[in-house]
Design a binder for this molecule. Sequence first.
Ligand SMILES: *Cc1c(COP(=O)(O)O)cnc(C)c1O
Length: 404
Amino acid sequence: MSASVIDFVATEARFGAHNYEPIGVVLSRGEGVWVWDTEGNRYLDCLSAYSAVSQGHCHPKILAAMVEQAHRLTLTSRAFHNDQLAPFYEEIAALTGSHKVLPMNSGAEAVESAIKSVRKWGYEVKGVLDGHAEIIVCANNFHGRTLGIVGFSTDPDTRAHFGPFAPGFKIIPFGDAAALAEAITPNTVAFLVEPIQGEAGVILPPAGYFSEVRELCTTNNVMLVLDEIQTGLGRTGKLLAEQHEGIEADVTLLGKALSGGFYPVSAVLSNNDVLGTLRPGQHGSTFGGNPLACAVARAALRVLTEEGMIENAARQGARFLEGLKDIRANTIREVRGRGLMLAVELHPEAGRARRYCEALQGMGILAKDTHEQTIRIAPPLVITSDQVDWALERLATTLTQDFS
Ligand SMILES: *Cc1c(COP(=O)(O)O)cnc(C)c1O
């Protein structure tokens, strides 16, 4: 590392809370699938800010929409109407087939808002006794970092010493429909689940799981809340990951790529019943639904469909997955994923995934380890075949090394 890089890293360490352990690269520019560090070295971004920059870094059309809107009007609060919110509602509802939209900012806020809404629906529509609503969630879930959410996490790092936590959540194994059937009671208002568990290491459920889940939820009048903050908006090769399963959620959560990485924008999408229970004054956000966010989100959604990014994610994802499966390396335990949401799980004897990510950095690829043994690979959806092949060559070289 050069003096200036060491300086940035040391200053962050001195003043910042140490709640991250970044790879030792200081980025200063991005374009499409590429990012550059302060020394001018170029890297293929295989994390895409945890899928928030799916449209590629600094997409020119999203940038133009943001700059144009920033010159006109940025924030009104919801005390007044603005001329970007209605078209945002119309466009996202048409795209996703939703009836109602609640705009928020971060993903965690969308999750919190959904929890509040389904509880309210439980009391006011389903008829659950006030204070008794139960929400079922899955082990190894990741839904964000707020107190409400970390309270039902099963990851000790995420939870430890942040309690006491809110009651009302039941945890069942992911991918086990029988466990869901057993956990549902008359007080169950919702099942909150990721279509693919991203942070847990890109864990796909068994085939048929979600059709059983859908049926159980419908039969028992339980709202199926799909957290598509990471899987949504083309990441898995379809607009929503639920489409792979042939089902429709009652409540869908979007965030991350909803703004193409320019600005925090999230949304709760639902049928009329759930969000219909919210009355004036019962929920809100100063920045939620602001004109800048809406203009950015509208452009982010437009380029996703107009530029064929979702189809490209399916095509390049298949190519990438096949290429990863072709790598013959003793270090690899399993390769898995859907679309451009991919992961390479290493054998425990291969050494920590972090070490491989550092080696990849040296080869011009930025990827992120998760849970010690897994390298996640999720490039922007604009990646080309040549770039996929370029990455595969470097991954093959790195994964055949021994860092144990
Ligand atoms: C990232 C993520 C969140 C939280 O989003 P933030 O914007 O970081 O609050 C929630 N759920 C899933 C599945 C995520 O990947």
